[in-house]
Structure formats: C-alpha cells, structure tokens
Design a protein around this ligand. Structure first.
Ligand code: NAP
Length: 256
C-alpha cells in the first residue's frame, strides 16, 4: 500500500477510490493502478457493462477489490443517490477521480446546442456533482483526495472541440475553486491534463488526424493510459499531501 489513506484506514471501513468512467481507457488504467495501492475500487460506467466487468475481473485477478456501478454522471439525482446508498457510512471514501468524459466534435458553425450541453453535462457538471457529494462525506472524515481529468484541449483550445475544450477549461476553474474551499477540511483537489492518449476516444480519429496530432507532440508519440494513471496515483498518494489546486500535464510536452 502506497497511499496514506490506504495505510491509515481504521480497518472498520475499506479505504475506497471512486473512479468515474472506470470501465475502459484511462479510467480503467487509473482503477487498476489505484487498486495496486490498496484501495477498494468503485468504478462507474454508463453503456458498456462488459468492459466494466473486464476491468473488475482484472483487478480481482491481481488480488485487489473492485465493484462496478452503472451511473450516468450527467444524471445528478442518480449521482446523489449513488453517494447516499453506496458510499456514505459504508466505505471510507479516500479518493474521487472524475474521469468520465465524452466528445461530440464538430466545427463551431455546425455545432448543435444539444451537443454543447451534452458534453458540458458529462465532463463538467458530472464532475461538479460528484465532487459536491464526495466533499460532504470527505469533509466529515477531514481527509480526501479529488483528481479531475481535464485535457490539453482545455488549456490550448482545439478546432472542432468548442464544447469539449470549454468543459475541460471550466474543470480547471472547478479544481482551483474546490481546492481553496476544501483545504480547511484537509481535502486536496488537483487536475491531471492528458495530451493525446491511446484510447477508444482517440481511436475514432482518422489515421491522418492522428499523425498530424502526433507530429505536434515534442516526444513524438501518443501517451498511454498507464502514464496518465501514474500521475493520478501520485496526486492521490501521501507524496502529494501538500499539493492542491494544481494541474499536472501528461502530454509529451505539447503545452508547457
Ligand atoms: P473513453 O475510452 O472513451 O472512456 C470513457 C469512459 O467514460 C468510459 O468508461 C465510459 O463508460 C465513461 N462515460 C462516458 N459517458 C459517461 C457518463 N455520462 N457517465 C459515466 N461514465 C461515462 O475515454 P478516455 O480516452 O479513456 O478518456 C477518459 C478521460 O480522459 C475523459 O475525461 C477524457 O476527456 C480525458 N482525456 C482523454 C484524452 C485522450 O487522448 N484519450 C486526452 C485528454 C483527456 P462506458 O464504457 O460505459 O461507455
């Protein structure tokens, strides 16, 4: 066990990390990495129970503990119910990773209102509601770690992603505001900002676009979910106990 909360857990309730969108991609890597640090993992998914099951099975096979929950983070009342029914007084909520995210790319002049709203409701409001509900529980324990997965698109902007870049930029404001507000409760709030990472999200892009993006990365390759997960594990660990309100970029040098 590498983490303070995993080590300091009273033993009455299992030290638990909630990873939204933990069924595949970056979320799966984060869930698996935090499980190695000794956390029980509660991962959420929305549409692919088979992928969620595979992630849970992988963690169990490696000797960890994990459960999967169907939870659409854009459904605020479902999120509130989840924290009330599954987390409060049932586990020691040590870590929340707001990882669930979607894209609905199109150029500005063609972007529909509903595609703007949908992307904000998952990537931004979902993180806000999960953070609010987690903060109520972590505040009572006077300890906690929250890590938001933002994006280099939120820092640099990206043509065709006005909705996504807006959501991810706003996530930085959420991170910094919550860090200030929750510091007195010994809760740290940080963001990890991946660049161009090999997952289903980027697999949708044409080979031409992938090549043109990779050419802009100083390290000249895409990142892996594991490389993002290592940054999250660091921020969730005791090694990062005096770090809050920060953005840790994992982008191969794209935006410094
Ligand atoms: P991904 O492979 O598309 O996986 C997305 C995950 O989010 C899945 O677990 C999915 O669940 C879940 N999800 C989607 N909508 C949800 C909702 N409404 N409620 C709850 N869960 C939902 O994406 P990824 O590439 O791993 O990205 C993970 C995070 O990193 C996202 O926040 C993304 O914006 C960010 N990011 C990715 C990159 C990149 O290059 N890949 C770069 C920067 C930032 P199901 O399996 O059930 O669909």
């Amino acid at each position: 066990m590498d983490s303070a909360r995993a080590t300091l857990s009273t033993g009455f309730l299992p030290a638990t990390a909630v990873v939204t969108g933990g069924s595949r991609g970056i979320g799966r890597a984060i869930a698996s990495r935090l499980a190695r640090d000794g956390y029980q993992i509660f991962l959420t998914y929305v549409s692919r129970p088979d992928e969620a099951r595979a992630t849970v099975d992988g963690i169990l096979a490696a000797g960890g503990q994990a459960k999967a929950f169907a939870l659409n983070v854009s459904d605020s009342s479902a999120v509130t119910d989840f924290f009330a029914a599954e987390i409060k007084d049932r586990v020691d909520l040590a870590v929340l990773v707001n990882n669930a995210g979607i894209t609905k790319d199109s150029f500005l002049v063609r972007m529909k209102d509903e595609d703007f709203d949908k992307v904000l409701s998952v990537n931004l409001r979902g993180a806000f509601v999960c953070t609010r509900e987690a903060a109520k529980i972590m505040s009572r324990a006077r300890a906690g770690r929250i890590v938001n997965i933002t994006s280099v698109a939120g820092q640099m902007g990206n043509a065709g992603q006005a909705n996504y870049a807006s959501a991810k930029a706003a996530l930085l404001g959420l991170t910094k505001s919550c860090a200030k507000e929750l510091a007195s409760r010994n809760i740290t709030v940080n963001a990890v900002s991946p660049g161009f990472i090999e997952t289903d999200m980027t697999a949708e892009l044409s080979a031409e676009i992938r090549e043109s993006y990779t050419a802009t990365v100083p390290l000249k390759r895409m990142g892996t979910p594991r490389e993002v997960a290592e940054a999250v594990a660091f921020l969730a660990s005791d090694k990062a106990s005096y770090i809050t309100g920060q953005i840790l970029a994992v982008n191969g040098g794209m935006y410094c």
